[in-house]
Design a protein around this ligand. Sequence first.
Ligand SMILES: Nc1ncnc2c1ncn2[C@@H]1O[C@H](COP(=O)(O)OP(=O)(O)OP(=O)(O)O)[C@@H](O)[C@H]1O
Ligand SMILES: [Mg+2]
Length: 257
Amino acid sequence: MSLLTVEELGKTYNSGTKVLKNVSFKVEAGEFVSIIGPSGAGKSTLLRCINRMVEIDEGKVHFDHFDVGNLNKKDLRLLRTNIGMIFQHYNLVPRLSVIENVLHGRLGYKTTLQGVLGKFTELEKERAFFLLKKLGIEEHAYKRCDQLSGGQQQRVGIARSLIQEPKIILCDEPIASLDPNASKVIMDHLKSITLELNITCIVNLHQVEIARSYSDRIIGLKKGEVVFDGPSHRLTTDNIDIIYGTENRETRELITV
Ligand SMILES: Nc1ncnc2c1ncn2[C@@H]1O[C@H](COP(=O)(O)OP(=O)(O)OP(=O)(O)O)[C@@H](O)[C@H]1O
Ligand SMILES: [Mg+2]
């Protein structure tokens, strides 16, 4: 069985427009998949359906042994400990230290009281330092997050998601706020650390060339529909034109330079 199976997924927000239409694909354990597509295509909505940040209207999402659309409160919490999330704007607590933010990734395993008291085990703290070291930001462990550069903050975000011991991480535009050098550092870390820890990774990206060079596979979304799904090296210029629409060719070329 695949780690993730999305079957004829449909989503309509209150506005009434159908944002995802009949979306179906599977992701195997260990795959590194990018989702590309124009703004508004439904990329973020798709990721949010996988961890139930938004409700699933039609179809099914199966992740591991979870039927994502039909979970009680306890299983929903369990699902979310199995899924790490990385966001464009990092979603850190700016006034807290790097190490505190990383340890926040363990809160899904704690009772409310343990969480409030900040009770973390020695093992959890060791793991946090191990991850910070892997990501090259160990020396910043006691700094406030708002004193770090964007690229460093995103590495804190990655450490926070990995300390959850997730089976998959979902990254929604992880490099959209970063310059090319910082973007490369983040993509290199995402690729190598997920490979090393055997974690599956789905990344929403606007940069087609980055998607092509880092992913095993690319899914192209257009107006809520999957219009490409295949190995990265099979993504042709024609496929890209279909995903983005030829009318957007100039914009796309600017984005991918
Ligand atoms: N919470 C919401 N309520 C109503 N409509 C929404 C909501 N979130 C997204 N939408 C709409 O759903 C559509 C898809 O949005 P989504 O954010 O999933 O696209 P996206 O591909 O991630 O775009 P971008 O590349 O700009 O991040 C858009 O038309 C958007 O306006
Ligand atoms: Mg989005």
